[in-house]
Write a protein that binds this ligand. Structure first.
Ligand SMILES: NC(=O)c1ccc[n+]([C@@H]2O[C@H](COP(=O)([O-])OP(=O)(O)OC[C@H]3O[C@@H](n4cnc5c(N)ncnc54)[C@H](OP(=O)(O)O)[C@@H]3O)[C@@H](O)[C@H]2O)c1
Length: 282
């Protein structure tokens, strides 16, 4: 049985490919830019783009299960060509709701609706914030000063390896059909605390300074564009993100035990994520 992992360049997809290979599964990876995917085990990447549904025919050949990203407009076209699939695990987001006024939760809710309508058995992964978002700080950590508009805002960031581990369980064991898993890291930390843990892992002192909101908008737009994120990087989404972060100032966030319940292992701490990525900050 070959499992298709889409979004080969993504943090979660990369971790998932590694975990599936480690547990002896056959994996086919697909991405828009195969040359830029750095996949474990030298897994070859098939070129495919959700914006061009016809590009999926080769990737889907002989595949029955797939891991999918939600944040793109072409999901309906992909699903209409995916007649051989019996199961989809969709990387959605916490609070996904097609009727939401928030652009991020609405887009993910619409993606879930498209998968539900396809008639293929599904599992939705609904993580909150990713620890990997902090990779945007790499240059600032090297310079010793992280700038953020909301230094006291809280989040229970999740390690991409834990999202991948839940996806791997859903793809390779029974009992996950129709489940929507709300996923978080194991602790709520402020931006300051996160920066300090990254500094400790990277072996350098890091201070956090309040950042002007327009600077933050510019930085985020450039980062999304660099990763070719199209709709995900729209101004509406960036404003939704800013409103969310503002609402989290001095408000510790709840955590879920879903990673442990599904995988049998506790969710990795932010300190563990920082240690795993120390090289990215040096
Ligand atoms: N960041 C967060 O805090 C957060 C929180 C909750 C949910 N999420 C969800 O997780 C996603 C990001 O996950 P990540 O960090 O693993 O990814 P990432 O590193 O940000 O990469 C984005 C992924 O989207 C894929 N993609 C974008 N447009 C595509 C298209 N037209 N056709 C095919 N694939 C396309 C890319 O695949 P290619 O290899 O083709 O470039 C890439 O794998 C977000 O888009 C969102 O849906 C994120």
């Amino acid at each position: 049985m070959t499992i298709l992992v889409t979004g080969a360049r993504g943090n979660v997809a990369r971790a998932l490919v590694g975990q599936l290979l480690d547990s002896g599964h056959e994996v086919r990876a697909a991405g828009r830019d195969p040359g830029r995917a750095r996949l474990p085990g030298g897994v070859a990447v098939v070129a495919a783009d959700l914006a061009r549904p016809g590009s999926w025919d080769v990737a889907l050949e002989g595949v029955t299960k797939a891991f999918l990203y939600a944040g793109t407009a072409g999901l309906g076209g992909f699903l209409s060509r995916a007649g051989g699939l019996t199961q989809v695990v969709l990387l959605s987001a916490s609070g996904a709701d097609p009727a939401s006024a928030d652009a991020i939760t609405r887009a993910h809710g619409e993606a879930e609706e498209a998968v539900r309508k396809s008639g293929i058995a599904w599992t939705f992964l609904r993580p909150g914030g990713f620890a990997a978002n902090r990779l945007l700080w790499a240059g600032s950590v090297r310079g010793g000063v992280v700038r953020d508009p909301f230094p006291s805002s809280h989040s229970a960031l999740i390690h991409e390896a834990d999202i991948a581990a839940v996806a791997a369980c859903a793809l390779t064991s029974s009992g996950h059909g129709g489940a929507a898993y709300e996923l978080t890291g194991p602790e709520s930390l402020t931006v300051r605390e996160q920066a300090s843990l990254i500094g400790r892992a990277a072996g350098r002192a890091v201070v956090v300074e309040a950042q002007d909101l327009d600077d933050y908008r510019r930085e985020l737009t450039a980062a999304f564009e660099a990763r070719g994120l199209g709709r995900v990087g729209s101004a509406e989404v960036i404003e939704a993100r800013i409103r969310r972060l503002a609402a989290l100032v001095d408000r510790p966030q709840p955590t879920t035990g879903t990673v442990r319940e599904v995988t049998g292992r506790p969710a990795r701490s932010f300190a563990e994520w920082a240690a795993d990525h120390a090289g990215d900050f040096r």
